[in-house]
Design a protein around this ligand. Structure first.
Ligand SMILES: Cc1cc2nc3c(=O)[nH]c(=O)nc-3n(C[C@H](O)[C@H](O)[C@H](O)COP(=O)(O)OP(=O)(O)OC[C@H]3O[C@@H](n4cnc5c(N)ncnc54)[C@H](O)[C@@H]3O)c2cc1C
Length: 400
């Protein structure tokens, strides 16, 4: 009998398991994948996520993997660009973009080092439910043998198509269907000193330098264009990059080293995330379009809050149900404004004149540009940053 079983061992599951095991709880974490392995995801870590890795004692390993520091973010709208460094958080200055093959393996190992039992190649088929409460999992281990394990609480950290969410009937809320499709590939020899995001009408092109001196080059389009995009992926991908001639020249100077990856399954929602004997964390409970590149950071933040809530419940400090309700309330209060912004940005509609004026005013002021990047990464709550009073201040400083 475990205290906690975590289903899914990536950026939400392994940290949850690690933090609970460090508190002395008996934790099992299972994943049908084996590590190191990749997922469909780029992997920018905003500064707060890097600061969390440092707090967990894992930053040195991430840096040892050779992931480059980002000196700047460039959000280029054609007529003007916001180009500035991200603000520091807890003494951490630089965003990083760590390949998931590297990051997820570091997290799985950290969970094991904290004495969580890690079972790779283990597929959960369903939950054990008694008297209306989840009390365990059943599934197949790496040999194909059927296994049942029991715990006081089961955490679904099993991503967008969560088995745990399906089995408990967790319903989505605040939902908006998928708005974009994305294609990306890795290149050697594409020079960039930071993250670059080019917004060009109904296409966005992103360059994220990463491990092994590679750069991830990412193109997204509205869902309505996806069918057309698929008829000529290479042509459409190149045409989007060609909308930024300077970047196109850099990409052509490089060499693509991995196959093109794609997804158009990017819905936006919260899910009911706790109930008797269970909780959800990461994409399983809160999924959104990757336009803010925040899913990993958000998973880290939720793993920390959930681990505190579960520890309070297991140790008897608080009633478990109340404690889990507190975790979900905290999550929804913090992330709702980001989910709203995400769905507005992912719609890829032409910006209104007042939005263009605001972005241009921010772009003209280097210190304000850094503050804006800080708001996107959560250093300042985005609702506060985009409040009428703060927008008035920015426009007044710009003399408008
Ligand atoms: C195209 C794209 C680009 C992105 N770019 C960024 C970015 O730049 N920065 C960023 O922060 N975020 C980004 N994201 C978001 C980020 O990838 C996710 O938010 C993050 O992966 C969520 O982590 P997770 O641990 O919740 O789920 P996942 O990473 O999906 O992991 C879930 C795990 O659960 C396991 N699992 C599932 N079902 C079972 C089962 N039944 N039994 C056993 N195991 C199971 C899976 O094998 C998997 O390993 C991007 C996403 C996409 C799609």
């Amino acid at each position: 009998m475990f205290d906690v079983i975590v289903v899914g061992a990536r950026v939400a599951g392994s940290p949850t398991a690690m933090l609970l095991a460090r508190q002395g709880h008996r934790v099992l974490v299972v994943d049908r994948a084996r590590f190191p392995s990749d997922v469909i995801s780029t992997h920018l870590l905003h500064v707060p996520a890097v600061a969390i890795l440092r707090r967990w004692g894992l930053l040195e390993r991430v840096l040892a993997s050779g992931t480059p520091p980002y000196e700047y973010f460039r959000m280029d709208f054609g007529e003007f660009a916001i180009h500035a460094p991200a603000p520091a958080v807890d003494g951490v200055q630089h965003p990083r973009c760590v390949r998931r093959t590297v990051l997820d393996k570091i997290l799985v190992d950290a969970a094991a080092e904290a004495s969580a039992e890690v079972r790779e190649g283990f597929t959960v088929d369903g939950l054990v439910v008694e008297d209306g409460a989840v009390v365990g999992i059943h599934g197949r281990d790496r040999t194909g043998a059927q296994v049942v394990e029991r715990a006081r609480i089961v955490v679904g950290a099993d991503g967008l198509r969560s088995t745990v969410a399906r089995e408990v009937g967790a319903e989505p809320y605040g939902a908006t269907p998928s708005l974009t499709a994305t294609y990306y590939a890795y290149y050697r020899g594409v020079a960039a000193g930071g993250g670059e995001i080019y917004s060009r009408g109904d296409r966005a092109v992103v360059v994220f330098p990463t491990n092994d001196e590679l750069a991830c080059v990412f193109v997204s389009c509205p869902t309505k264009d996806f069918a057309e995009f698929r008829t000529d992926v290479e042509g459409q991908y190149a045409a989007a990059i060609d909308r930024v001639p300077e970047l196109a020249a850099r990409v052509r100077a490089g060499e693509r080293v991995e196959r093109m990856r794609a997804t158009a399954d990017l819905p936006n929602f919260f899910r009911t995330s706790h109930g008797p004997g269970w909780a959800l964390v990461g994409d399983a409970g809160y999924h959104k379009d990757p336009c803010l590149a925040a899913g990993i950071m958000d998973a880290f933040m939720c793993a920390e809050t959930l681990a505190v809530a579960i520890h309070s419940g297991l140790s008897g400090e608080r009633d478990m149900d109340e404690s889990l309700a507190g975790y979900v309330a905290h999550r929804d209060a913090w992330f709702t404004p980001y989910l709203d912004l995400t769905t507005r940005l992912a719609a890829m509609e032409p910006p209104r004149p007042e939005q263009v004026a605001l972005l241009a005013a921010i772009a003209a002021d280097p210190a304000e540009s850094t503050r804006y990047i800080g708001a996107l990464q959560g250093s300042t709550p985005i609702g506060e940053y985009l409040s009428p009073g703060n927008i008035g201040r920015i426009m007044a400083r710009a003399g408008q």
